[in-house]
Write a protein that binds this ligand. Structure first.
Ligand SMILES: C[S@@+](CC[C@H](N)C(=O)[O-])C[C@H]1O[C@@H](n2cnc3c(N)ncnc32)[C@H](O)[C@@H]1O
Length: 277
């Protein structure tokens, strides 16, 4: 939609928590859902829970007092990690309706997770207050990435870790729009992987891992496409998931995501950084 802001873009789908709980209840037979039971619906990034596990497994979680998820969306990854790693979560997001949904879903699942509406480039936290900061699929909407990574470095405790899982600019031409994170180019702020890594290092963090995940994302999309075709041949449809909740326009966004990946217009990277002790 022309002239929409980043938060208009995400808030266009309205409140999602009631619908997510309804869909999860069908799967759990009405029993209280765990955070993992909601993972098919509330992880708004390529490869969902699988990618969250992959990036989370880059660090040791035992003994951490809490962690911070920047641009947490509906809070799905934060709740899932709080539940499966046993570490309380703090999530912040710019979109108010997502923060309200994140809180409602934390209450419904009984997860130890708190959510606040805030800008990742101006964090409402004290210096050195988190041993672990995570961000997935949010930097694409953030123009001032130097400020974002300065804030990550500021709130990280000495020796703390920063995990990143991001869509970034590929070597080919400009991406096709709309995409899941922006209806139009004005809200998309992609940089090439080397530029992102340079900004994080310039903020004072040391790179420990930097991995291109584009092939895995492409394979995941292809597997999903094959499964949908098999089901269609059998007169059935893919089960509901995050894609079902994102409105009718999401079909074109997802198709452009797949084409942008296939054509080298975007790439997906995971990274692990450390604040020197
Ligand atoms: C594609 S969603 C990903 C959500 C979540 N990280 C996940 O993987 O499920 C991107 C999120 O980034 C948030 N966002 C964009 N710019 C932000 C900013 N400056 N500060 C905080 N959140 C932001 C959006 O509101 C949106 O919820």
């Amino acid at each position: 939609m022309a002239g929409e802001s980043v938060t208009d873009h995400y808030a266009r789908v309205g409140r999602l928590a009631p619908r997510i709980l309804e869909l999860a209840a069908a799967a759990t037979g009405g029993a209280r859902p765990s955070a993992a039971d909601l993972a098919a619906f509330d992880q708004l990034h390529p490869r969902g829970r699988e990618a969250t596990d992959e990036v989370a497994d880059l660090v040791e979680w035992r003994g951490l007092a809490r962690f911070l998820d920047l641009g947490c969306g509906l809070g799905g990854p934060a709740r899932y990690l709080a539940e499966t790693r046993g570490v309380p979560a703090v999530g912040i997001d710019l979109t108010e309706s997502f923060c309200a949904d994140a809180r409602a879903l934390a209450e419904a699942t009984g997860t130890e997770a708190v959510f606040a509406c805030a800008d990742a480039t101006r964090l409402p936290f004290a210096d050195a207050s988190f041993p672990l900061v995570l961000t997935q699929a949010a930097s694409m909407n953030i123009p001032d990435k130097a400020a974002l990574y300065r804030e990550v470095a500021r709130v990280l405790a000495p020796g703390g870790r920063f995990l990143l899982h991001d869509v970034q600019l590929g070597p080919a031409e400009a991406p096709r729009f709309p995409v899941p994170w922006a209806s139009e180019p004005a809200n998309s702020h992609l940089l090439p992987p080397a530029a992102i890594r340079g900004l994080i290092e310039a903020a004072g963090l040391a790179c420990r891992r930097w991995d291109d995940r584009t092939a895995e994302v492409r394979a995941g999309i292809e597997a999903q496409r094959r499964r949908a075709a098999e089901l269609k041949a059998a007169g059935r449809e893919l089960p509901p998931g995050a894609h079902t909740l994102q409105g009718p326009e999401f079909r074109e966004m997802a198709a452009n995501l797949a084409r942008n990946l296939a054509e080298g217009r975007i790439v997906v990277t995971t990274g692990l950084f450390e604040r020197p002790a």
